[in-house]
Design a protein around this ligand. Structure first.
Ligand SMILES: [Zn+2]
Length: 164
């Protein structure tokens, strides 16, 4: 886990589900066994993320609480982090995940399924985010303006028979 402001490592953990010696029949007590995870592989990331945020000795030592995480859009991870937390935790998306969600959403609109249109909107959305850092309302306004511009341009082109 890397801090947002200072870009320093705030903690790391590993989850190992297998051990070659244990697999070969050795007792875990007779070697330096690193196997530390016995649950479902599907839940591994969520479990480790929650430990980083909620049971992190470095954060406890410095009396620090994580209030916002930047993570991918895996619902089970943020759900587990929030379930284990004793306080509110906000989840933000990074630029790649935010534009990915945006593209996924506009891909559900049949009239926008043209790849050129999707690429244009994705580009404009990423510019809106970059130019309006920490300004959610600004991103929203510019995104809507871009979206409407593409819709009007597409509608005018269809009406006049122009192929874009
Ligand atoms: Zn082992």
């Amino acid at each position: 886990m890397i801090g947002y402001y200072l870009h320093k490592v705030m903690g790391y953990f590993t989850r190992l589900k297998e051990c070659a010696k244990c697999e070969a029949g050795h007792d875990p007590a007779d070697h330096d066994c690193r196997r530390n995870y016995f649950g479902s592989a599907k839940f591994m990331e969520a479990d480790m993320s929650s430990e980083l945020v909620n049971r992190n000795p470095s954060l406890d030592r410095d009396n620090v609480q994580i209030s916002t995480t930047f993570a991918d859009d895996d619902a089970s991870t943020i759900s587990t982090i929030r379930k284990d937390a004793l306080h509110e935790i906000e989840k933000w998306s990074d630029l790649n995940h935010a534009t990915g969600c945006f593209v996924k959403a506009i891909d559900k609109v049949p009239s926008l399924r043209d790849q050129g249109t999707i690429d244009d909107l994705e580009y404009m959305f990423s510019i809106a985010i970059r130019t309006h850092k920490d300004d959610v309302e600004g991103v929203r306004k510019v995104s809507w303006l871009s979206f409407l511009t593409v819709l009007v341009t597409t509608a005018l082109a269809v009406r006049s028979g122009v192929v874009l």
